[in-house]
Design a protein. Structure first.
Length: 612
């Protein structure tokens, strides 16, 4: 059917454009456009005018969806809570259409129900070096096993969260997308891969899915019935990632003693007037500022004017070039997409060679530890103008820090533990964006833009009588200060055991007086420490665990929950290896049985990790 001026509200020029476009669209594209227009009509102009989200999967045309009960299953794999929050948003949209929705963490979903689903929507982040989040691991393994059922009758779509600065960007989501197709399920919306600035792309995906199922089921009446939700998303505050609260800095203290080669800041921020609250295990997102000296070097190298106006937002917001580089754009991390886009502005053919597929390893090596200034110096000359920044650089992402306080112990305050990062690489001194900003340029009375990031996957036991084992070397001890302050305020009776480690006892024992007070008062039952540089042989927290293996296993058998926070690349793996050794040795189990025991603890929520 052709659109005419007489049978539509469009002008003749608009009708002509629509008539040219519609016949060229696939069903999947029509569904996506339907959701996009719904999203736009809802007032989301900024997201509706955003660049197209990254899509890396080829999608077939949408198949006709048989009429029947309107049921949908939404599964999320989330390490810090972002995937769960986005899954909850999709659930709300589908429930608004009359769907019966099952919303669940992947490790809580009964896999024998998978073959019964008609609509399946996956929201999954990628953790570490391409790994599934902890609460997605068992489902991921099941889906990729021979036990996974055929899914010919199911329709699906995947939203993947990741970070383009990592080699295996959105690998978990891509794996789910590929595997569901292999099992016979059909996509109704192409997979969307989101970078750290995920809000707009995720909102567009949710709108597309909502539009696709709306289009497919428009002919059938919506069944009546309450939605079934197995795990609800957290209620969001007025102040969010997109609308941060300007928190006043009440106190900033260096936790390390004189003579330490480290600096760790204890920040106390006011939440007064924000209405924000949090629970132990949650995190604070901090929007930092880039290093002013690095900004000036970039501007000077390119011969730009610091006061030139440039676009900084999707809705056309502008600021001076200097302010844009200070507050809005990431300039300390190089990613493959950045270098690929930069080729168009470089007069150096070597950059085009670097991003070729056959030079993958060279590209990985180059981007490691280098920043925008390195790129500009190494691949000059450049034709780039200040106005090109919006299309070249990604937004400066917030940094997440585990909360180190209990809101019941410190009403209308939140405390953070931030270690200053400084190092030399490729002939230049490097500085951690947020850690150096908070340690060197932030003073009491200043305002810091923050939001609360709920983390439902790192929570103390509901029953306060449950024994708790906490492993948190260095700044990884931060959430356990929150755990223990909360238990102190509530009068919890359960036993608690903390393993803490750092370099030197005298200078690097973070929150030492807090732990000593809690030991004296009986709030903390047991404390084992490891200071790696105070002896000829380096001793770490995993060594202390092994030394106390028999007692630790008894705690596990008595129902203890284990929490690990800190470095993912080394510490978390070493701690897990120690746990497996302890379970095997003192439980009389084979390596396979010990792994199954630990996996069961994880599924029961008795082994939780907040690692990075």
């Amino acid at each position: 059917m052709q659109l005419l001026v007489t049978n539509s509200p469009f002008t003749s020029e608009q009708a002509e454009l629509i008539n040219k476009l519609l016949p060229t669209l696939t069903e999947a594209q029509k569904n996506w456009l339907s959701g996009y227009l719904s999203f736009y009509a809802a007032g989301n102009v900024a997201a509706a005018t955003a660049e197209a989200p990254i899509v890396t999967a080829e999608a077939p045309a949408a198949a006709a969806i048989p009429e029947g009960p309107k049921e949908a299953t939404i599964l999320f794999g989330s390490q810090t809570g972002n995937s769960q929050r986005l899954a909850g948003r999709l659930a709300d949209k589908l429930k608004g259409q009359g769907f019966e929705v099952t919303l669940s963490a992947m490790n809580k979903f009964k896999t024998n129900k998978l073959k019964e689903v008609s609509y399946l929507f996956i929201v999954a982040s990628t953790h570490g070096e391409g790994d599934p989040p902890d609460n997605a691991l068992t489902f991921y393994e099941f889906l990729n096993s021979k036990r996974a059922p055929k899914l010919e009758g199911a329709k699906f779509s995947v939203l993947a969260l990741g970070d383009t600065s990592y080699e295996f960007f959105c690998k978990t989501g891509a794996d789910f997308d590929t595997r569901l197709a292999e099992l016979g399920a059909e996509r109704i919306v192409d997979r969307v891969d989101c970078d750290v600035d995920f809000e707009d792309a995720a909102a567009a995906w949710i709108a597309s899915v909502n539009g696709a199922v709306s289009t497919a089921s428009a002919a059938s009446a919506a069944p009546q019935g309450a939605a079934v939700v197995s795990q609800a998303a957290a209620v969001e505050s007025e102040y969010t990632r997109a609308n941060p609260f300007m928190a006043e800095v009440l106190e900033t203290l260096n936790l390390n003693g004189r003579g330490s080669d480290r600096e760790t800041r204890h920040l106390e921020l006011s939440l007064e007037g924000s209405g924000l609250s949090y629970e132990p295990g949650d995190a604070v997102g901090v929007y930092p500022q880039n290093d002013p000296s690095l900004v000036e070097e970039i501007i000077s190298f390119l011969g730009w004017n610091s006061d030139e106006k440039v676009v900084t937002g999707k809705a056309g917001e502008t600021s001076t070039l200097r302010e844009a580089l200070l507050h809005h754009y990431e300039i300390t991390v190089l990613t493959k997409p950045l270098l690929e886009k930069a080729v168009a502005f470089s007069g150096n053919s070597k950059l085009a060679d670097l991003v070729k597929p056959e030079n993958k390893e060279d590209l990985k090596a180059y981007t490691n530890g280098r920043d925008l200034l390195d790129l500009l110096r190494d691949y000059a000359p450049w034709t780039i103008q200040a106005g090109d920044l919006a299309n070249l650089l990604r937004k400066l992402p917030p940094r997440l820090y585990s909360i180190a306080s209990s809101v019941n112990a410190h009403p209308e305050e939140v405390h953070l533990t931030i270690r200053k990062v400084e190092y030399e690489a490729h002939g230049r001194d490097r500085k951690g964006v947020c850690s150096v900003y908070t340690s060197e340029r932030l003073q009491p009375g200043d305002k810091l833009p923050i939001f609360i990031q709920q983390n439902p996957n790192f929570k103390p036991p509901v029953n306060s009588d449950t024994p708790v084992i906490m492993v948190g070397p260095g700044t990884g001890v931060a959430p356990f200060r929150a755990f223990m302050e909360e238990r102190e305020e509530s009068g919890a009776a359960g036993q608690t055991w903390l393993f803490y480690g750092d370099r030197h006892f005298v200078t690097d024992f973070l929150y030492q007086t807090d732990w000593q007070r809690m030991l004296k008062d009986g709030v903390l039952s047991k404390l084992d420490v490891a200071f790696s540089r105070d002896s000829d042989e380096k001793v770490y927290v995993q060594h202390r665990m092994l030394q106390n293996g028999e007692e630790l296993y008894k705690w596990l058998e008595n129902g203890a929950h284990v929490y690990v926070c800190g470095d993912e690349k080394h510490m978390a793996h070493d701690v897990q290896s120690a746990l497996l050794t302890i379970i095997g040795q003192y439980g009389g189990k084979s390596p396979e049985e010990a792994a199954a025991y630990l996996s069961q603890l994880q599924e029961q929520g008795r082994y939780q990790r907040d690692v990075y």
